[in-house]
Design a protein around this ligand. Structure first.
Ligand SMILES: Nc1ncnc2c1ncn2[C@@H]1O[C@H](COP(=O)(O)OP(=O)(O)O)[C@@H](O)[C@H]1O
Ligand SMILES: [Mg+2]
Length: 358
């Protein structure tokens, strides 16, 4: 196939969560169909997709089917096995972003090393394979560290604070002795994120900085543009550009940042996909992060990123979603529901955006 893809083409997506659902809606707006491959039969994106493949990610037959249906294939989930992306590429499929972006983002140690090499400063960190490593990390990083499993963590899962040498053994056991990374505490005054896109032609577009608040490791609220961030925005943008260019990236990427007490920006992690801190763009920007991602992978020009209004986004987590009727009655609330049937604690069920106008 040639790029730009013409309307009528099919975008394949690995993963079937709410991000895939919102990508599918954006794709539909531009005249594309989507094909979703997910192992979960009840996933939200399946309900809005033209083509549905329910199968393990590494099933060869399922990947061949996806490759044959799709003109380009992307991800909505960063823990898709890299092997699945490689199998698609081996089959001749166009995959964006590259499998390498997945591989880097899937391993916190590789990711932090990559960020540093790309010119994005991070907290100090130390690989941890055993309790002795952890004790060394505590000694090197100031006596208190955040221990995170290298792989598989999300929404604050797979992390534990280690308060000192006396806690080292128990802390390592709390993460089941898994290969981990010990991080120095980020002395942050606030958390920020930047949503950035790179097109097939190498053009880069960034949305304004977003300020984010987490609770129990889960994103709770964002405000965009982040207040008083004019001075920080160019530095955040430069960091995002370094990361995008170093990966030869095509698509949207979310870069999580800490602003420290002395005004330094530290990179925390990046997601090789659309990101929860960019959901506000769907209500506040002419081209939102979902459409931007579809544009990028389809080889279309990137769209404008200037917000039409400042926005606050609040996640509906677990039972929060029970308030849907009240939210629907609030004319200021833009309600997004993901169509998940079970409102389990800690599960992202939807979100609400409010624009501040005038
Ligand atoms: N080194 C750190 N120091 C202090 N807080 C941290 C550090 N790393 C992460 N956090 C806090 O934990 C949250 C989740 O950690 P993160 O590394 O982003 O993992 P996840 O993949 O679960 O989002 C962050 O948004 C931040 O609030
Ligand atoms: Mg995070």
């Amino acid at each position: 196939v040639g790029f730009p893809l013409a309307p009528g083409a099919t975008i394949g997506i690995l993963g079937g969560g709410q991000l895939g659902r919102m990508l599918a809606l954006a794709a539909a707006r531009l005249g594309f169909d989507v094909a979703i491959l997910t192992p979960e039969p009840d996933d939200p994106a399946l309900r809005v997709a033209a083509h549905r493949i329910v199968s393990p990610y590494e099933d060869h037959e399922a990947l061949v089917k996806l490759a044959e249906l799709s003109d380009v294939i992307t991800y909505e989930f960063e823990n898709v096995p890299v092997l699945a992306a490689e199998m698609l590429i081996a089959h001749g499929a166009a995959v964006a972003p590259k499998a390498e972006a997945l591989a880097v983002a899937q391993d916190r140690l590789v990711e932090k090393s990559f960020l540093n090499a790309a010119g994005a400063a991070t907290v100090g960190f130390h690989p941890v394979h055993d309790v002795a490593d952890l004790k060394q990390a505590l000694a090197d990083l100031g006596g208190r560290v955040l221990l995170k499993t290298r792989r598989g963590g999300y929404d604050g899962k797979g992390q534990t604070w280690v308060e000192g040498i006396d806690d080292a053994e128990a802390a390592f056991a709390r993460l089941d002795g898994r290969s981990s990374i010990a991080e120095a505490p980020a002395d942050f005054v606030r958390e920020l994120a930047v949503i950035a896109a790179r097109g097939r032609d190498g053009a880069i577009a960034c949305y304004p900085l977003t300020q984010s608040w987490h609770q129990d490791g889960i994103l709770r609220r964002t405000v965009s543009p982040a207040p008083d961030s004019d001075g920080l925005a160019p530095r955040a943008r430069a960091m995002a550009e370094h990361v995008l260019n170093a990966l030869g990236y095509v698509g949207v990427l979310g870069l999580e940042l800490f602003e420290t007490r002395d005004g330094t920006l530290l990179a925390n992690e990046f997601a090789p996909r659309v990101h929860n801190t960019g959901h506000w763009t769907a209500d506040a920007c002419a081209v939102d992060q979902f459409e931007q991602h579809i544009r990028a992978v389809a080889g279309w020009p990137l769209g404008p990123t200037e917000p039409l209004a400042p926005a606050e986004m609040i996640n509906l987590i677990g039972a929060d979603v029970d308030a849907w009727a009240d939210l629907a009655a609030d004319p200021a609330a833009r309600v997004w529901l993901y169509g998940k049937d079970e409102a389990r604690a800690g599960r992202k069920m939807g979100h609400v955006t409010r624009l501040s106008v005038g």
